[in-house]
Write a protein that binds this ligand. Structure first.
Ligand SMILES: O=C(O)CCC(=O)C(=O)O
Length: 335
């Protein structure tokens, strides 16, 4: 396939699957990062990304990703289902730019399946959530395949229940060149939701277990998709930023634990699987917001007061006249 035809595929569908992009030997050089007790030497994985993974991407889509600059990566084995088993975008585009010029690049070390919604990367999603949901498509990926997609394309991992490995490298917030990085990185906001009690104690562990039961996760995915499509899921989860803080921004929610690459390299320690390894800590990160939590509290307090007054009016204990007199009375002046 010509480079330019791949370019038009990714523009139309939002993704491109590079089949057989890496040899066995190349994959093994990355997998050498796996040490005893499921601990990872992230210096090895970082070397694999820079010297093997991105060169393979550039060989295939070198006219799209010319000089990659990325913010973070994550290496998992069947456990990224904590936040990847329902449809999501890795970045939500709240700017006016039609095509999000930021990519996610995945490297599959084992055969696996995922679902994508072709076209869902277009600005302001055309049509309804149901129409979009019905366009979902399962992709069978093989060991050695690479998936490159616009980070706002809706996607999810599936079949986490199968026995065996599902080793996956996810490189997030990939800017295709320095110019795009300089223009877009200042408008990025990483919202860290990992410390939210809801994510840590309920949503993450629950999704990990439920993702092993295909019928159940499929129902949840449908309901979740309607909320996500309408930008409601983090509001309902009471973690979202107020609307004015999202305007003209590229927003990404980070629900897993993070570690700073330079600190890991300096201390030579091994880390767990499925940890976000931050390579560029100049991009603005902030904690989730309690804006909607406070909003709900105020809403319920006002609703209860209103219901109380209405019930008194109904029982005849209050009259509108009395209420008016109460609210318009003047405070007694002190002598
Ligand atoms: O697990 C998968 O195959 C999909 C990974 C994913 O959802 C992501 O890259 O955000």
């Amino acid at each position: 396939m010509e480079l330019s035809s791949k370019n038009s595929d990714i523009k139309r569908d939002g993704y491109i699957l590079l089949q057989n992009a890496l040899t066995n030997e190349e994959l093994e050089s990355g997998l050498a990062c796996m040490k005893h007790d499921n601990k990872v030497d992230y210096s090895i994985m970082k070397r694999f990304i820079d010297t093997t993974f991105f060169p393979a991407i550039q060989r295939n889509v070198g006219d799209i990703i010319t000089q990659p600059k990325y913010v973070k990566f994550r290496f998992s084995n069947n456990n990224n289902s904590t936040d990847a088993s329902t449809f999501h975008g890795d970045i939500y585009n709240h700017t006016k730019t039609q095509f999000l010029p930021i990519y996610t690049c995945l490297c599959y070390f084992d055969d696996a399946q995922l679902e994508v919604i072709p076209g869902s990367h277009h600005y302001n999603n055309n049509g309804t959530s149901l129409q979009s949901f019905n366009k979902r498509k399962a992709l069978n990926v093989k060991r050695g395949d690479i998936l490159v997609f616009h980070s706002n394309m809706h996607h999810r991992g599936i079949n986490y229940n199968k026995k065996g490995d599902r080793r996956l490298l996810q490189v997030f917030e990939v800017f295709p060149d320095q110019k795009t990085y300089d223009e877009c990185a200042p408008n990025m906001v990483i919202v860290e939701t990992a410390d939210s009690p809801l994510v840590k104690n309920i949503v993450g562990p629950l999704l990990y277990e439920i993702s092993k039961i295909p019928t159940l996760i499929d129902y949840i995915t449908f309901v979740h998709y309607i909320m996500m499509y309408n930008d409601m899921h983090y509001k309902i989860g009471m973690m979202d930023l107020p609307p004015w803080e999202k305007t003209n921004k590229y927003i990404t929610y980070e629900s897993g634990r993070r570690a700073i690459l330079n600190e890991l390299l300096a201390s030579n320690v091994l880390e767990d699987l499925n940890v976000n390894i931050l390579c560029d800590d100049t991009v603005y990160s902030r904690s989730y917001s309690n804006f909607y939590l406070y909003g709900y509290i105020v809403y319920w307090i006002l609703s209860i007061i209103l219901l109380y007054i209405l019930s008194k009016l109904w029982k005849g204990e209050y009259s509108l006249k009395k209420l008016k007199a109460y609210f318009t009375r003047r405070p007694l002046k002190r002598r």
